[in-house]
Design a binder for this molecule. Structure first.
Ligand SMILES: Cc1cc2nc3c(=O)[nH]c(=O)nc-3n(C[C@H](O)[C@H](O)[C@H](O)COP(=O)(O)O)c2cc1C
Length: 408
């Protein structure tokens, strides 16, 4: 299912240089499954023609409020009732001010006032306008009223300045818009997610670790929340903010990860093991820093490693076990190795990550091959947020099947 399948989006366009991006945005929204109707302010029509947006959206574009012919086709209140969300991108400083005042003297402002659908604004403006106290006050007021703000970000601005005021990219707008729609796929289900690397101390200053950034696991936790689940996230050492409405437990080593998962797993119905937990850890921890001089150049330094406990295998062996989703990072024979892990560890599902040639780790984009007993799905290259949502969709479907099978 696409991110915005069946959703009706009313796209408002204001008078900004960034209005040219709205053409692509209409396309991207439709590609994401949305039906799109466009309303432009009078100023916006000076930057991009209604004809372009009409051709791309497949619907007449509305501009004026008092328009006899347009009102006869679809009255402005009817139009305000039509969408599942109103997205204004770009939103100008003046439009934000009008909205903050509750004005209704142009069509777009009147629609935002009349609609009961969520309203989201993607501002674009000069950095001075964005930082101005009047704009800040308008944004504070609208945020308190429940209006969502997507961006802006800092970067090169059309006026030649650098700074905050640049409209965020379409992909992020669509991800944020999709997040406004609650899904009930995992309502009432408790999901445990592990994320990030572990660190295995060699001595007080050195450790063994791996290249996992935690981004995928954090995105999975956020997607589970969006799907209506109660989520606990056990995270190795990463520099990532906790997703909203997620309970976070921080750990450092594989042993701590093991203890935390074992403690929390019984209260969760699904466990998504996205952490890259060390398979091997130092056999001994040196209490004092190992001195270079103690080792000869010839013999070098031999570090003995022992296997760490296998968290997934241990959970899989329990009588009362959560629905288990593993991750496999493979550099060769990707599908074969992932499939073997699915069977060996008796998992319910595995998401296989091809990390050969630097792929997968610490990237914002990824692709996954997902296998489960009797099925498979390939999730094409996409941002980790979108990928996590698609993965959560698959997990929810399989979990429901599994649950229904075991309760009937
Ligand atoms: C070339 C040009 C570019 C502009 N770009 C922006 C902009 O990026 N953001 C903004 O808030 N206003 C911008 N403005 C000012 C708005 O177009 C102006 O405030 C207008 O009244 C906004 O109308 P609207 O909010 O009804 O679309 C620009 C003006 C010009 C002439």
């Amino acid at each position: 299912m696409k991110q915005l399948s069946g959703k009706r989006v009313l796209l408002g366009v204001c008078g900004s240089i960034a209005a040219y991006k709205s053409a692509e945005l209409v396309r991207d929204l439709r590609d994401a499954g949305a039906e799109v109707r466009v309303v432009m302010t009078e100023a916006a029509t000076e930057f991009i023609t209604p004809l372009t947006l009409q051709a791309l959206s497949g619907h007449p574009v509305r501009t004026g409020l008092v328009d006899t012919a347009a009102e006869a086709a679809m009255g402005h209140i009817e139009l305000a009732r039509w969408p599942d969300a109103v997205l204004v991108a770009p939103a100008s400083a003046d439009f934000i001010a009008r909205l903050a005042q509750g004005r209704a003297d142009d069509l777009l402002a009147a629609l935002c006032l009349a609609t009961r659908a969520p309203v989201a604004l993607a501002p674009a403006m000069n950095a001075g306008m964005w930082e101005n106290a009047a704009t800040r006050a308008n944004i504070d007021k609208l945020t308190r009223q429940g209006v969502a703000f997507f961006g802006p970000v800092s970067g090169a601005l059309a006026c030649g300045e650098q700074g905050p005021g640049r409209m965020i990219d379409n992909r992020t707008i669509i991800d944020k818009l999709a997040a406004l729609f609650p899904s009930a796929a995992l309502q009432g289900v408790a999901v445990l997610v592990s994320a990030g690397p572990t660190r295995e101390a060699i001595d007080p200053v050195r450790y063994l670790s791996n290249r996992s950034s935690g981004k995928m696991g954090f995105a999975v936790a956020a997607a589970a929340v969006e799907a209506g689940a109660q989520v606990t996230l056990i995270s190795g050492p990463v520099a990532l903010p906790t997703p909203e409405r997620v309970k976070r437990v921080d750990v450092i080593s594989a042993a701590q990860m093991y203890r935390a998962v074992m403690e929390h797993a019984p209260a969760h119905q699904i466990f998504v093991a996205a952490a890259a937990v060390a398979d091997f850890v130092p056999q001994a921890f040196a209490q004092q820093k190992l001195k270079k001089e103690k080792f000869s150049a010839e013999d070098g330094f031999v570090l003995r490693l022992k296997q760490s406990p296998d968290i997934l295998a241990e959970l899989a062996g329990r009588e009362q076990r959560p629905f288990l989703v593993g991750f496999a990072a493979e550099t060769e024979s990707v599908e074969q190795n992932g499939c073997a892990k699915l069977q060996r560890k008796k998992l319910d599902m595995i998401a296989i990550n091809d990390v050969s040639e630097g792929r997968g780790f610490d990237r914002d984009e990824n692709e996954l091959l997902v296998l489960w007993p009797g099925g498979r799905a390939r999730l094409e290259l996409a941002g980790k947020g979108r990928l996590a949502r698609e993965l959560m969709g698959l997990i929810a479907d399989r979990y429901r099947e599994h649950y229904e099978k075991n309760t009937t």
